[in-house]
Design a protein around this ligand. Structure first.
Ligand code: IMP
Length: 196
């Protein structure tokens, strides 16, 4: 069974492939297909964006399509960057981190509680057939640390392991992360479907 993973983000793709490893499915990434225009992510929530992307790519390719929408919500910033994580203050993470620390320092809240959220949706037969959400709770690190992972990982400190998520090996991150939890539920769903 072919399954389209509707992302071009290599960091996300590596993590997703790791979590779904061992299932009798062939993962196809967007990079392996002729270019498809990206849909506008107009949803106000991670769930709406995940559903919209999964349906869009399913309709464009006719393949069962998985899409996720994820991001970092920082409590002291009212949940920002939230659904705008990818493009908030540009795409250079050094610049994004500086802006976050500047905004947090102005509020005296450098170590603000924060969470990563991931919503995953699977579209097939012209509808959403499965969806799930995962969350990891932590706080903003005193300074960026680590070079693994991607995106905001260097500034996301996870207290139970005493590290930022950029200091965790991929398989360790997958056991605790928002994406690991959401895709773990998808993995169980696919296993049941493929068995029955
Ligand atoms: P999406 O591709 O629209 O889901 O945007 C997700 C964005 O949220 C990414 O580009 C990152 O900026 C951020 N993000 C989501 N998950 C993670 C993660 O596991 N680590 C670091 N940043 C993440």
């Amino acid at each position: 069974m072919k399954l389209l993973v509707a992302t071009t983000n290599p960091g996300k793709l590596r993590e997703i492939a790791g979590i779904l490893e061992g299932l009798p499915v062939e993962l196809v990434s967007l990079d392996a297909l002729p270019p498809i225009d990206e849909p506008e992510e107009t949803g106000a929530t991670f769930a709406e964006n995940a559903r919209l992307k999964a349906l869009y790519y399913h309709r464009a390719t006719r393949l069962p399509s998985i899409a996720d929408d994820s991001g970092l919500a920082i409590e002291a910033l009212g949940g920002a960057p939230g659904v705008h994580s990818a493009r908030w203050e540009g795409t250079d993470y050094a610049v994004k981190f500086r802006k976050i620390y500047e905004l947090l320092d102005a509020k005296g809240a450098r170590g603000s509680p924060a969470r990563f959220v991931c919503h995953v949706a699977l579209a097939d037969e012209d509808r959403i057939v499965f969806e799930a959400e995962g969350v990891i709770e932590g706080r903003i690190a005193d300074e960026p640390r680590g070079d693994k992972g991607f995106g905001y990982d260097p500034i996301f400190y996870y207290p139970p392991l005493g590290r930022t998520t950029a200091e965790l090996e991929r398989d360790v991150k997958a056991t605790v992360s928002h994406r690991g939890k959401a895709f773990g539920k998808l993995r169980e769903y696919l296993k049941r479907q493929l068995a029955g």
